[in-house]
Design a protein around this ligand. Structure first.
Ligand code: NAD
Length: 284
């Protein structure tokens, strides 16, 4: 890792590296001279990212299958990464995540709650719990946790997703405080729409998926642009990474007038189609 420049020459571990934002992190970190362990639930997707790193002719990659919702698998990822690098990694990107939406809070099934909390929140908890002690001992290293503008946006019918992402922001801020003066950096990325495969893999009713896909196609930032902004923010020592203008505007609007902001989101929500109350309550 370059002195004070964590994104340069990193020995990085990226979760969810087989697609979208994770894949863009892996490629950009390799382009900045890094070696990257590309971890994903889908091994062949992780391998395709490693193949893209090789085709790019810069950096180096190694594919690993890992389900971040399992603490044991994340611990195994840390051991594999250490063996691959021959030393402790310098950067962890806790990126793997999934979407659940389309229902009011009281209608979300317990199965959907457990699924999304398991990946989006416990995935990040497992990553921090496993890698931070290694960084702390080495007195260097950096963590980027991928949250979302949903963490503060309070979008209706996205409750479970919003809760997991707010948890990731809180976890990151707490870690940032706990690691002050240790030489270990922590940052949390809060994107709005980014053009990825997230909707294809999400648990969303059809009408919502179509609406969200439209917004993503129209307004989505290309993942490589987002990731370059995020890594530059990490290098500058920022804690909240908000590379997109609409994310920064919403962030400040929420802080300036939280009540008006949330009421406004409520009116937007009234325009959305609503999935039937009974459609997804099995296991509730
Ligand atoms: P994506 O679906 O394109 O990529 C997610 C990757 O994570 C996939 O390769 C998938 O196989 C992997 N994955 C899923 N569950 C996993 C698990 N349990 N363990 C390991 N890997 C797993 O989605 P993306 O948009 O690139 O999402 C990446 C992160 O960005 C997520 O945390 C998401 O919540 C966040 N995010 C995305 C957007 C957006 O608009 N795309 C906006 C804000 C935040």
């Amino acid at each position: 890792m370059g002195e004070g420049i964590p994104s340069r020459g990193a020995r990085a571990v990226v979760t969810g590296a087989g697609s979208g934002i994770g894949r863009a992190f892996a490629l950009e970190l390799a382009a900045r001279g890094g070696r990257v362990v590309c971890a994903d639930l889908d091994l062949s997707a992780a391998e395709s990212t490693v193949a893209a790193i090789r085709r790019g002719g810069y950096g180096e990659g190694h594919a690993v299958r890992c389900d971040v919702s399992s603490l044991g698998e994340v611990e195994a990822l840390a051991s594999t990464s250490r063996a691959y690098f021959g030393e402790v990694p310098t950067l962890l990107v806790n990126n793997a995540g999934i979407g659940v939406g389309g229902q009011n809070l009281e209608d979300i099934s317990m199965e959907d709650w457990r699924f999304i909390v398991g990946v989006n929140l416990f995935g990040v908890i497992h990553g921090c719990r496993t890698f931070v002690p290694l960084f702390r001992e080495a007195r260097r290293g950096a963590v980027i946790n991928v949250a979302s503008a949903a963490s503060f946006g309070s979008a209706p019918q996205m409750g479970a997703y919003n809760v997991t992402k707010a948890g990731v922001v809180s976890l990151s801020e707490t870690l940032h405080a706990e690691l002050a003066g240790t030489g270990v950096r922590v940052a949390v990325l809060c994107p709005t729409f980014v053009k990825t495969n997230i909707l294809r893999n999400a648990r969303l009713p059809g009408a919502h998926e179509a609406r969200a896909q439209q917004l993503m196609d129209r307004q989505g930032t290309p993942p490589d642009v987002l990731v370059r902004g995020a890594l530059d923010g990490l290098d500058r020592g920022e804690i909240h990474l908000l590379p997109q203008l609409d994310a920064r505007i919403s962030w400040w609007a929420k802080r300036f007038s939280p009540g008006t902001f949330t009421r406004g989101m409520g009116w937007v929500g009234k325009m959305l189609p609503r999935a039937p109350r009974t459609a997804n309550r099995e296991g509730a």
